[in-house]
Design a protein around this ligand. Structure first.
Ligand code: HEC
Length: 163
């Protein structure tokens, strides 16, 4: 019995629909068709899950805020470059504990990587599958997430400096 919650959900669904419509490229300009996202069979649904479960902390454009979540835009896929990074992205609390099925969550994480940081997705990247996600999320990071994150960031910086 939370009408305000239902209204918000309805608004978000409507917003998701209009974004999907904007991306579907039915116009005659020919420039509106977004490239399909690898490992995502239903992009509007993945976007909707992001809006409902993630953007409160990460913001609609993935930039986050000092108070809620670190920025993902232009950086999140870089974790895939370092050992343990792939696992980290699936085990981070906000991902691992989301109220979504393994398949939905795998699609959402693939969507997040390509929509916010396609430039850094490594060439040979294999999208997360439901099976992999199911295994990884069963071992969610808890209080140690920040320490794991900063160790990965240190390794990223080290590699960057060595280039
Ligand atoms: C309550 C706020 C919150 C919510 C909701 C949330 N996150 Fe996060 N997210 C964080 C914080 C804070 C971190 C940094 C690691 C940590 O301390 O947990 C993070 C880290 C991440 C990371 C790793 C990248 C990095 O820079 O560390 C990914 C990927 C991510 N979140 C995706 C998601 C997705 C996808 C959802 C929705 C299913 C989501 N998050 C929901 C707060 C949140």
């Amino acid at each position: 019995m939370k009408p305000a919650g239902r209204l918000l959900a309805a608004w978000l669904l409507a917003a998701a629909g209009s974004v999907a419509g904007a991306n579907s490229g039915t116009g005659s300009t020919g420039s509106g068709t977004a490239a399909p996202v690898p490992g995502v069979s239903n992009e509007p649904l993945a976007h909707q899950h992001y809006m409902l479960q993630c953007q409160g902390c990460h913001r609609p454009d993935g930039t986050g805020t000092m108070a809620t979540a670190p920025p993902m835009t232009g950086i999140v896929a870089r974790f895939l470059e370092v050992p343990g990074g792939r696992e980290y992205l699936a085990r981070v609390p906000g991902v691992a504990t989301a109220a979504l099925t393994d398949a939905q969550l795998a699609e959402l994480l693939n969507w997040t990587l390509y929509r916010f940081d396609a430039a850094h997705v490594p060439a040979g990247f294999k999208p997360y599958t439901a099976t992999e996600m199911g295994t990884l999320r069963r071992h969610p990071l808890r209080t140690e997430a920040k320490a794991v994150r900063s160790a990965l960031m240190t390794e990223l910086d080290r590699r960057q400096a060595a280039r």
